[in-house]
Design a protein around this ligand. Structure first.
Ligand SMILES: Cc1cc2nc3c(=O)[nH]c(=O)nc-3n(C[C@H](O)[C@H](O)[C@H](O)COP(=O)(O)O)c2cc1C
Length: 198
């Protein structure tokens, strides 16, 4: 089995979303010995915001692209190839300002390509990245799985929708939450990890 780990926290080994991701990957490696892990670190090597060259490249046939357009499309092509090669994705999701980091958003923007990762049909859009299992390892200062802040979790509904739009509907959410609440901080990571069975 091939596991693709997406890191989007800039906090290195201190990052709770990365530690939770690692814990999930350790469980996967026990359940599926011999699996390999590919790491895409979006904090170390960010994907650029979509600029004019990217958009032009997407809508120009590969054989007609200029050198600049060929260069512009390589992030997208690489990200798509990595996902297609993977069986399982483990995505680290630091909760920033009620949503995802801009690095994760940018990666998703480069993945979303009409005719390649989704297409429009007479009955609606169809995702073309199928057969993947996705684990979201979400780290947040507050509590969003329940309670008064639940409606303000714009990260997991967005990710579920976006991944589903691309064809990835088998999504498990694990949360290390309450990390800024002294009463919950010490147990948050383990609780998130214990919630996941692989
Ligand atoms: C810029 C920034 C914005 C944040 N916004 C929120 C927020 O809206 N809600 C929340 O509960 N925690 C928020 N936090 C706390 C983070 O979710 C928390 O520190 C989490 O551990 C970050 O993930 P990481 O440890 O993987 O980097 C924010 C932290 C930063 C640095």
């Amino acid at each position: 089995m091939q596991i693709l780990q997406i890191i989007s926290s800039a906090r290195g080994a201190e990052s709770y979303s990365t530690q939770l991701s690692q814990g999930i990957i350790d469980k996967l490696l026990v359940a599926h010995p011999g699996s390999s892990v590919v790491i895409r670190n979006l904090a170390q090597t960010p994907f650029p915001h979509l600029e004019e060259a990217h958009l032009q490249a997407y809508f120009t046939p590969a054989e007609s692209r200029s050198a600049e357009q060929q260069q512009a499309v390589h992030h997208s092509d690489e990200a798509i190839a990595e996902i297609l090669a993977a069986d399982v994705l483990v995505i680290g999701v630091p909760f920033y300002n009620f949503s995802v980091t801009s690095s994760l958003k940018s990666w998703l923007d480069h993945l979303t390509r009409a005719g390649i990762t989704f297409r429009y049909t007479p009955t609606g859009p169809e995702g073309l990245i199928t057969g993947k299992k996705v684990y979201l390892a979400v780290a947040s200062g507050g509590i969003y799985s329940t309670g008064p802040m639940q409606p303000y979790d714009f990260a997991t509904p967005y990710l579920r929708h976006m991944l589903g739009f691309l064809g990835m509907t088998d999504v498990v959410v694990a949360r290390a939450e309450g990390l800024k609440i002294p009463e919950f901080q010490a147990t948050a990571l383990q609780k998130g990890l214990d919630s996941v069975t692989v």
